[in-house]
Design a protein around this ligand. Structure first.
Ligand code: SIN
Length: 274
């Protein structure tokens, strides 16, 4: 397997593996090591059927269903992330880590590109270990022990789901999820500390008034996506991205109005953040 970094902060393109074939334990271990090292990995030219995509997901963890959108026919764990020609808003088009409003948010997310616009529609990623490490010792001490409050109804992100809820929504889903998680979490596999707040879902900090938490959160939201913590991926069809939600945020760029973009997405079960 060949590994090529795509930026200083995170992200690597892997070549060699053919994921249409059964994934050996050795390949799964190599992929996981690359994923833990680089935060997000990309594998191009992988024309996987839903069954093969799910098999790849099982090599990494346990696929879980997304609370708000139905899966594709026969595969409840695979949802379509799409923006149609006539739509203006892209799904999840704001910096975030996936579903931090759940008590046990997903460990990772994988996307498989199906239809790509002729230009634009890149996805950006931000390394939250690097963002944490760049803080001053005093700010790190201030954040230690604080818990952020995530709410699925925060308008920044809930408006990006509206088109998909109309076409593919799960009508039985609760309207609102709320969870409290450490502002700084420790990665259960690498032991690294990372920032775990995001502008899409974090609405406050336990024990602080809104007036007290708002400026601190705004500082963190600005800090955590500084260009030097990011990478940017330009898609081709049949490409897989797999990122670690525990220490990486993402933001799909909405710059391709009038064109269709379709991805399949699987999220992998995580553990309660500590
Ligand atoms: C998401 O999973 O938030 C969407 C990512 C993308 O469309 O690139």
């Amino acid at each position: 397997m060949n590994t090529q970094r795509i930026a200083g902060a995170l992200g690597a393109r892997l070549t060699g593996p053919d994921l249409t074939q059964p994934i050996s334990a050795d390949l799964a271990a190599q992929l996981r090591a690359a994923w833990l090292e680089h935060g997000v990995i990309f594998l191009a030219n992988q024309p996987l059927s839903p069954k093969q995509f799910l098999a790849f997901a099982h090599a990494f963890g346990t696929p879980v269903e997304y609370p708000f959108v139905k899966g594709i026919e026969g595969f409840p764990e695979i949802i379509e992330i799409k923006k149609l020609e006539n739509e203006r808003v892209n799904f999840g088009g704001v910096w975030h880590s996936d579903t931090t409003y759940l008590e046990v948010p997903p460990m990772g997310t994988m996307l498989l590109s199906k239809q790509i616009p002729p230009y634009g529609g890149d996805t950006m990623f931000a390394n939250q270990v690097a963002a944490y490490e760049a803080l001053s010792p005093t700010m790190k001490r201030l954040l230690e022990g604080l818990k952020g409050i995530s709410n699925s109804a925060k308008a920044d992100v809930s408006k990006t789901r509206e088109d998909r809820l109309r076409t593919d929504g799960k009508h039985e889903a609760p309207k609102d999820y709320v969870a409290h998680h450490p502002v700084v979490r420790t990665h259960p596999e690498t032991g690294a500390k990372s920032l775990y707040v995001n502008i899409a879902h974090t609405v406050g900090i336990e024990g602080l008034t809104d007036a007290e938490s708002a400026p601190l959160l705004q500082f963190l939201f600005d800090h955590q996506v500084k260009p030097e913590f990011t990478c940017r991926w330009t898609w081709s069809p049949d490409c897989i991205a797999l990122w670690d939600n525990r220490c990486v945020m993402h933001n799909p760029v909405n710059d391709y109005h009038g064109y269709r973009r379709v991805m399949q997405r699987i999220t992998l079960a995580g553990t309660r953040p500590v």
